[in-house]
Unconditional design. Structure first.
Lengths: 336, 336
DNA sequence: GTGAAAGCGCTAACAT
DNA sequence: ATGTTAGCGCTTTCAC
């Protein structure tokens, strides 16, 4: 059996409260006894039971992270920031891979509630009504990451997606492109949908290129979806010389499709991605893309959650971190 | 405050033991009361406190996963299998990103112990003495994944790395290559090191190509390291026409390096990777590689851990899952 | 079949 | 400064 506080007390010849004090307020115990207790703790390799503590303190030093798909490099980066920040403050993180399945999400929330999680970080999925209600009822503090839910005033951390998309498209325009298409996320789905599309349209409008505004195809999430979407786009608008892809994986899909159909990148087609996942600089050609500070987003999310847990509220509700366009090899000036 | 069993009892007009019975052995309660209690539970949205339960049952339905780096697609795939299998049996998984830092690993184990985790899955890091001792002392059941530790007889799940590497190299040989190099993991570091090197050497020996046995360079873990290693390899042995890379990321590094130095793949250089990460089929050229059933490895690891938790022992100590060579576009016959 | 009470391992009054 | 005790929320004897 694992040693309990009683075992330590017996071995040290003191009462259990003294042992408890040695752990929680050592200065209130005379050095001599403190010493004895510490030795007993070492010898027995005693560690306090988190259940018993939790029952008293009503906290678990644990929180849950809900993400759609750990295999997606974007979420992996996020998770890393989250876990590092959590470890920093001695908290554990329980990972919940949702696969975008609503009933799984609900089940996770309930489970986290039972396990007395101190909070939840909810990343990237659309926060539907039922889930929001459950979250609220559970009274678990939660923060949203890369998920906009303007209708609910939940704390969030993110980048300015509309602006970032706009800058990416401007880059294409500055390169001389006048026939530009986009591969986007479904509009309703996540924050990556609508705002990035809006940014695309804004850049177009600024440059008087509104005729391109409908050159948009949507893809679900993965590379293969993007390949197909690229196919549809090129059929509809073969004159296109540049594509804004709403994620790096989409950009790779577009490039792969183009390559398979005799269009070389960037000579005959420029492509901008989004996210700057690690793969972006390993791909050939290296991807021009919008860098998101994923790791930092994760870190900030944890801090925000912590603030929420401690103060019950948060100083800035919606936090936006800076993004940056990184020009690599997948975009080039338009050749006439 | 969260409702407790007392609140439910009061609302239903019964004793707390009856409420407990409704949850744990409903058939022992008369239907009428059972009904009332269930209604009260619903109304209050009561959920039993896992701390209190844990204190009694001495288990948390939670286990920890230690991995070096979630951003590495290989581990991400593993984690996905693990999490799915865990969710299946209503267990939570606490993620511990080790960054290969020994003191962090130790800290995680202690933390998991305190939190009363039911077991640990330890992936891919080398299991050093101190950690092994800590694990043993903690009496936490644990299973090793993609980590060989023959000196300790710990349960493990993995593939046959030596054989898989051998097959990858044979593929190169069958293609007509006679000057073959390798980019490997440091030999001491993980299971990916020594066995894959041994497989490389075995295939070479079988074909009477021993003169290639020293055409090996080592890289730490990342793409950039592999690029550099490729540089060293080509300086030392410029006659090489094919490379066996011990991971897909290494293969991409080699290809990127070759591309930057005027060697096209697969026309002038064939490259085989290892792992079949998702990116392997998105890369250009698509990677020929050894597929590991990562997801399944994760699933099996959970089942093995569960077996260990329940029975205190495991029927087969070391489990090996099947691998498979997938030929795509990064390898081609030798042109003379 | 149901309630009262003990106890899981710990902390925090409360005595001394 | 230290020991005794109540109690966190639950399960499980043990009486009735």
């Amino acid at each position: 059996m694992k040693p309990t506080i009683r075992d330590v007390a017996k071995l040290a010849g003191v009462s259990i409260s003294t042992v408890s004090r040695v752990m929680n307020a050592p200065e209130t115990v005379v050095p001599e006894k403190r010493q004895r207790v510490q030795e007993a703790i070492e010898r027995l390799r005693y560690k306090p039971n988190a259940f018993a503590r939790g029952l008293i303190y009503k906290k678990s030093d644990t929180f849950g992270v809900m993400i759609p798909d750990i295999e997606n490099p974007y979420y992996a980066g996020l998770l890393r920031g989250i876990q590092d920040a959590a470890a920093e403050m001695n908290h554990s993180v329980i990972i919940c891979n949702t696969d975008r399945d609503r009933s799984r999400m609900l089940a996770y929330v309930r489970n986290l509630f039972e396990k007395q999680a101190d909070g939840i970080i909810f990343a990237s999925d659309s926060l539907h009504r039922e889930l929001y209600d459950e979250l609220k009822r559970s009274r678990l503090p939660f923060v949203l990451v890369s998920t906009d839910a303007p209708e609910y005033d939940a704390p969030s951390v993110d980048i300015d997606n509309e602006q970032a998309a706009c800058e990416a498209v401007r880059h294409l325009i500055e390169l001389g492109h006048r026939e530009i298409g986009m591969i986007g996320f479904p509009v309703g789905n996540t924050i990556s949908g609508a705002p990035r599309l809006a940014g695309f349209r804004r850049a177009l409008a600024e440059a008087g290129l509104d005729h391109c505004a409908s050159h948009v195809e949507f893809a679900a999430h993965r590379f293969e979806d993007a390949c197909e979407a690229a196919g549809r786009l090129f059929v509809r608008a073969p004159q296109i010389t540049a594509v804004f892809a709403a994620s790096d994986e989409f950009a790779m899909g577009v490039i792969a499709y183009a390559r398979d159909h005799g269009r070389s990148v960037p000579d005959q087609l420029s492509v901008v991605g989004f996210d700057d996942i690690r793969m972006a600089r390993m791909f050939i050609p290296r991807l021009t893309t919008v860098e998101q500070p994923v790791y930092q987003i994760g870190v900030r999310a944890v801090h925000k959650l912590h603030e929420l847990m401690v103060n019950g509220e948060v100083s800035v509700l919606h936090e936006r971190l800076p993004h940056r366009l990184i020009v690599r090899e997948s975009t080039a000036g338009l050749r006439v």
